[in-house]
Design a protein around this ligand. Structure first.
Ligand code: NAD
Length: 323
């Protein structure tokens, strides 16, 4: 099979690319390299079954050209990370809305199945223990810019659903919850690689807010095979699936576990949100998924525990410092 991975030079997209190549497939990656890097594609580059096209998912001609001859599309390209969303808010909104519509429209023309990556952010401030796909969204003001990412992704979901329901395009939506692992960078606001970099360089670990916020971290290696299974299963089209771990940790505990695992003597400091982020930020206190649907349908399981995940990120960040 031949697949298009938009955002293929990014964190999840590059792992997906490697996975598809390892399964014997061909991959075209379309990426504007805004947050993704060629480094992430080191394993794929040079493989004759891999092709990188540098361009934007907002460019209809580039998307159509990249989609020629492909059997399925993984649409992962997006403006991601709280810093990106707050600092380049308008560009981010355009990418996350217009990019998805452009990909869906090209898929309709080509008759190609598409997986659209949404996000657990769509649940907003709903702190229910075990969020199911039908759970309510609790979102702040449209002018609190943090929510513009969730708003765009929610509209992407509706678009994907309507392209399936009204236009017959095979689409499936996934909502990843805090996916982490090697290659993720802390530069755009992702907490685990940021903590690991701070610990390894002897700087204070900066916990934003109280540190009592609860999150669940899932290894990218558990998420990637589920993406392939969900797109390949016609029974999943028109549906939405949560993908994440249910192992809870507070951000404060996460910082302590990173210190213990790295053996770092760094201190932990808390930073108020008002100092950590530009205006337009508010947080949610707990986000824990129920992934029963994906478990039943495609055997999804979060197999990597948090300690193993932290170790894998430390190994990756250490290798980057020494190479
Ligand atoms: P990432 O930033 O590493 O990957 C996004 C990729 O998209 C990057 O390579 C970037 O260069 C590319 N991109 C951005 N704008 C583009 C454009 N206009 N045209 C072409 N390429 C563009 O982030 P990631 O964590 O790998 O996220 C991948 C997808 O998964 C995103 O859609 C994101 O919303 C979703 N997601 C990720 C997480 C997570 O925890 N990592 C959680 C929920 C959802």
């Amino acid at each position: 099979m031949r697949y298009l991975v938009t955002g293929g030079a990014g964190f999840i997209g590059s792992h997906l690319t490697d996975h598809l190549l390892a399964q014997g497939h061909e991959v075209v990656a379309l990426d504007d390299l805004s947050t993704g890097t060629l480094d992430n594609l080191a394993g794929a580059t040079g493989d004759s079954r891999f092709q990188l096209r540098t361009g934007s998912v907002c460019d209809a001609a580039a998307v159509r050209a990249a989609m020629r001859g492909v059997d399925g599309v993984f649409h992962l390209a997006a403006a991601v990370g709280v810093f990106t969303i707050l600092e380049r808010a308008l560009d981010s909104l355009r990418t996350n809305l217009h990019g998805t519509e452009t990909v869906l429209e090209a898929a309709r023309e080509a008759g190609t199945p598409v997986l659209v990556a949404s996000t657990s952010e769509v649940y907003g401030k709903n702190t229910a223990l075990g969020l199911t796909e039908g759970a309510d969204r609790i979102i702040g003001s449209p002018l609190t810019l943090r929510w513009s990412y969730a708003e765009a992704k929610a509209l992407d979901e509706t678009l994907a659903y309507l392209y399936h329901r009204e236009l017959g395009v095979p689409t499936v939506v996934v909502r990843p919850f805090n996916t982490v692992g090697p290659r993720q960078t802390g530069r755009y606001g992702m907490v685990l690689p940021r903590f690991v970099d701070q610990a390894l360089s002897g700087q204070p670990l900066t916990v934003f807010g109280t540190g009592e916020q609860v999150r669940c971290f899932c290894h990218v290696a558990d998420v990637v095979p589920a993406l392939v299974s969900l797109l390949g299963d016609a029974g999943c089209h028109g549906q939405v699936y949560n993908l994440g771990s249910s192992e809870q940790t507070t951000i404060g505990q996460l910082a302590k576990r990173v210190l213990a695992a790295t053996g770092s003597a760094s201190e932990i400091v808390t930073v108020p949100y008002t100092d950590a982020y530009p205006d337009g930020y508010e947080d949610m206190q707990r986000r824990v998924p129920d992934c029963g649907l994906a478990e039943q349908r495609v055997g999804f399981a979060a197999r990597h525990g948090l300690d193993e995940i932290i170790e894998s990120v430390i190994a990756d960040r250490r290798a980057r410092v020494t190479t």
